[in-house]
Design a protein around this ligand. Structure first.
Ligand code: FES
Ligand SMILES: [Fe+2]
Length: 351
């Protein structure tokens, strides 16, 4: 399985990385996440250099991680610093440490060449760094499907009217103005629906029962698996700042070729202290993702088969497939360029 390695991937919500050891498979590699005593996050290969036991079954001693099998200890940089079986630290006893970044409520991991782990390469995901006046909430799904099938799903929101009753704006996909733009390797798929019945999700956030307004949904994809969705509504002809905004992050991190970590976050600008609304958004979003998208995508993966490229099956191409097709082409180019330029990165990653 080829992945883009020199990129930031979401590894966990910030609140999920604690002094307890958390194992996570990322791009086919076992990783253990934890926090140092000073609160900074750390990620090491979850595979001891001795007999390859998962270090997540061991224990932290200060900032050192002790293997639960025969007691080798590693520091947070992956150096073996203690061997209880002899005076010497064996040669090649070190393990891999991954560069991390804490931003927008998530811990991001760099599975490629550590020398190229530049924080400036993380896409700008504001407003998820906003505080006062906004309410953020998070969720997670483990999906048994290739991550690109989920990118296809998110870049083609024509499925909303068919699969997600709570998100729908009253059908009429045909009346939607839709544009797909590609700029500097970023794909935008934007939809506007003037004078439509605003979706139950937005009307509830807006504090209204039923409203006719101008609705928008603007999705933006950054390689390899970061998507930002701005949805909102205004009075007909109104300005976005005067209406309701509910934005989502969808962060897709391949676990394996057929499993994906799907992190999401939502942020809104209305009724930010309304706990009942926050719970309702959580339940509605989880229902849409877990009960509607997830079973459909997993069944799609089953039909396609493991390790099969959907393009090789000659799928019928419809107009909403333009944005997913652009993203697939960009990602394939990036993976190919990385493979051609630095084949050593992948083998070093497995060392
Ligand atoms: S497997 Fe870790 S010390 Fe033996
Ligand atoms: Fe969906």
């Amino acid at each position: 399985m080829e992945y883009l390695r020199n990129a930031w991937y979401a590894a966990a919500a910030e609140s999920d990385v604690t002094r307890s050891l958390r194992r996570r498979i990322i791009l086919d590699e076992p990783v253990v996440l934890f926090r140092r005593e000073d609160g900074s996050p750390a990620a090491l290969a979850d595979r001891c250099a001795h007999r390859f036991a998962p270090l997540s079954r061991g224990a932290l001693h200060g900032d050192q991680l002790q293997c639960g099998y025969h007691g080798l200890r590693y520091d947070a940089q992956g150096n073996c610093v203690h061997n209880p079986h002899g005076p010497q630290i064996p040669a090649h006893a070190g393990i891999r440490a991954y560069p991390l970044l804490a931003r927008y409520g998530f811990i991001w991991i760099w599975p490629g060449d550590p020398a190229r782990a530049d924080p400036r390469l993380l896409p700008d995901l504001s407003p998820f760094d906003r505080g006062e006046g906004w309410r953020v909430q998070h969720g997670y799904l483990g999906i048994r499907a290739h991550y690109q099938l989920i990118i296809d799903n998110l870049l083609d929101l024509s499925h909303v009217d068919y699969l997600h009753p709570a998100f729908t704006t009253g059908g009429a996909i045909g009346n939607t103005r839709h544009e797909v733009i590609e700029t500097d390797g970023v794909v935008h798929s934007n939809r506007w629906k003037p004078n439509c019945t605003v979706s139950p999700l937005l009307t509830r956030c807006w504090g209204r029962i039923h409203v006719i307004g101008d609705a928008r949904s603007r999705m933006r994809w950054h390689a390899p698996g970061t998507l930002f969705l701005d949805i909102g509504a205004t009075e007909p002809g109104g300005e976005p700042r005067d209406g309701v905004t509910l934005s989502f992050l969808h962060l897709l991190t391949p676990e394996t070729a057929t499993r994906t970590h799907y992190f999401w976050a939502a942020i809104r600008n209305r009724a930010v202290d309304d706990v009942e609304l926050t719970n309702w958004i959580q339940a509605t979003t989880e229902r849409a993702f877990a009960d509607e998208d997830e079973p459909m995508i997993e069944a799609q993966q089953e039909n396609i088969g493991p390790g099969v490229d959907i393009a090789s099956l000659r799928p019928v191409y419809l107009s909403p497939d333009l944005a997913p097709a652009k993203a697939r082409r960009i990602l394939a180019r990036l993976i190919e360029a990385e493979r051609a330029a630095a084949p050593a990165v992948r083998s070093a990653a497995r060392a």
